[in-house]
Design a protein around this ligand. Structure first.
Ligand SMILES: Nc1ncnc2c1ncn2[C@@H]1O[C@H](COP(=O)(O)OP(=O)(O)OP(=O)(O)O)[C@@H](O)[C@H]1O
Ligand SMILES: [Mg+2]
Length: 335
C-alpha cells in the first residue's frame, strides 16, 4: 500500500544543514494500522509529511499502491492526495465554518455531487449528527477531532495519516477516538498510519510499529514481536512505559539467585512450561510479578521470576525455556 524506500529529508537553515529523516524504509501493507513512535524531534511528522509530499524528500522513493509519487506532476499529485486523508493534533478546522461546512470543504474542491448525503453519512460514522450546524468553538476536543476525521474521509481515501491525533485529548476521549479509527480501518478498509509518542496508542490499535530516533528507524516489526522482545534502548523505554513495573522494594537481593524476566506469547500460555522446568532441573521459582497484555489479538505474558538452586541447574532451566520459545532476560537485582 505504501512503500517508503530510503527516504531522507534535510533542512537547510542559514548555512546549516540538518538531517531530520535519515534513510528510512518502511512498508505499510493494505489494511495495516501502522504506528510510528518516537520522542519529540525524532522526525516522525517530517517522515509522514513526505508520504503525501507536503514535505519534499531530499532523496528516496515513495510508492503508493505501486505508483511512484515522486514522479508525479502537480495535477497528478493533487489527485493522489485526495486518496490520502490526514488528521492533526490540533484539528486544523476552519473556525468560521460550521461542522457541515468544514466537512464540505474537500467535497467542494473535488466538485462532488450530492454533498448533503455524503456529509450525513460521514456525520453518522463519527457520531456527530446533532452537531451539524455547530461551529468548532462550540465543540469539545474529542468532537473537533471527529470533525477532522469526517473531513479527512470525505473523498473516500484509501489511506489515513494521523499525526498525534489524540495527544491533545484526555485518556477516555483518546480511547473513543482510537476505537473510531479502528472501526474505520475495519469497516471502510482504510489503511492507517499513526504517529505518536505514546506506547499506549500503539498497544491499543496498531498491528505494526516502527520506532524512530534521531531521524532513523531503529526498530520495526509486528507490535506483538516488538512488545515481547524490544531490542533498542528507546524501544525498551517505550515498552516499559506501558508494562507492569516491579516495585524496587519487592526484591530481596540475594546474590546467589537469578532474577529473570520471562515473556511468552499466546502459544506458550497453554503449556505449563515453568512448572515442568523447575521439576525437571530441580530449581525453585519465586514469582515476583506477573501480567498479561492483549495486543493485536495476541496475548503476551510477562513474569519476573527469582530462580534459586545450583547455578548449572538454573542455566539449564533458562535454556529449556528459551528452547520452547519463551524469551528470558537476565535482570540486575537493583534494576
Ligand atoms: N521546516 C523545518 N526547518 C528546519 N528544521 C525542521 C523543519 N521541520 C522540522 N525540522 C526539524 O526536524 C526535526 C524533526 O522534526 P519533526 O517535526 O519531524 O519531529 P517529530 O518527531 O514529529 O517531533 P514531535 O513529536 O515534537 O512532533 C526537528 O529537530 C525539527 O527541529
Ligand atoms: Mg510531530
Amino acid at each position: 500500500m505504501i512503500r517508503i524506500e530510503n527516504i531522507s529529508k534535510e533542512f537547510t537553515t542559514q548555512n546549516e544543514t540538518f538531517s531530520a529523516v535519515n534513510n528510512v524504509s518502511i512498508h505499510v501493507e493494505k489494511g495495516d494500522i501502522f504506528g510510528i513512535i518516537g520522542l519529540s524531534g525524532a522526525g516522525k511528522s517530517t517522515l509522514v509529511r513526505c508520504i503525501n509530499r507536503l514535505e519534499e524528500p531530499s532523496s528516496g522513493h515513495i510508492y503508493i499502491e505501486g505508483q511512484d509519487i515522486m514522479s508525479y506532476n502537480d495535477i497528478q499529485l493533487r489527485e493522489a492526495r485526495k486518496k490520502i486523508g490526514m488528521i492533526f493534533q490540533h484539528f486544523h478546522l476552519l473556525n468560521m465554518r460550521t461542522v457541515e461546512q468544514n466537512i464540505a470543504f474537500p467535497l467542494e474542491i473535488s466538485k462532488i455531487d450530492n454533498q448533503k448525503e455524503r456529509i450525513t453519512e460521514l456525520l453518522r460514522l463519527v457520531e456527530l449528527e446533532d452537531k451539524r450546524n455547530n461551529y468548532p468553538s462550540q465543540l469539545s476536543g474529542g468532537q473537533k477531532q471527529r470533525v477532522g476525521i469526517a473531513r479527512a474521509l470525505a473523498n473516500k481515501p484509501s489511506v489515513l495519516l494521523c499525526d498525534e491525533a489524540t495527544s491533545a485529548l484526555d485518556p477516555k476521549t483518546t480511547k473513543s477516538i482510537l476505537e473510531l479509527l479502528k472501526k474505520i480501518n475495519r469497516e471502510l478498509n482504510v489503511t492507517i498510519v499513526v504517529i505518536t509518542h505514546e506506547m499506549e496508542v500503539i498497544k491499543q490499535i496498531c498491528n505494526k510499529v516502527a520506532v524512530m530516533e534521531g531521524g532513523s528507524v531503529v526498530e520495526q516489526g509486528s507490535v506483538t514481536e516488538v512488545f515481547a522482545n524490544p531490542s533498542h534502548p528507546v524501544t525498551k523505554q517505550f515498552v516499559q512505559s506501558v508494562s507492569h513495573d516491579l516495585p524496587k522494594a519487592f526484591i530481596t537481593p540475594n546474590k546467589n539467585n537469578e532474577l529473570i524476566k520471562i515473556s511468552y506469547q499466546s502459544e506458550g500460555v497453554s503449556k505449563p512450561l515453568l512448572s515442568r522446568a523447575i521439576r525437571k532441573f530441580d530449581v525453585d521459582a519465586n514469582i515476583l510479578l506477573g501480567g498479561i497484555d492483549h495486543l493485536d489479538n495476541h496475548i503476551i505474558g510477562n513474569l519476573i521470576v527469582e530462580f534459586s538452586g545450583e547455578k548449572e541447574h538454573i542455566k539449564e532451566t533458562i535454556d529449556y525455556l528459551k528452547r520452547n520459545n519463551v524469551i528470558c532476560e537476565r535482570m540486575e537485582h537493583n534494576e
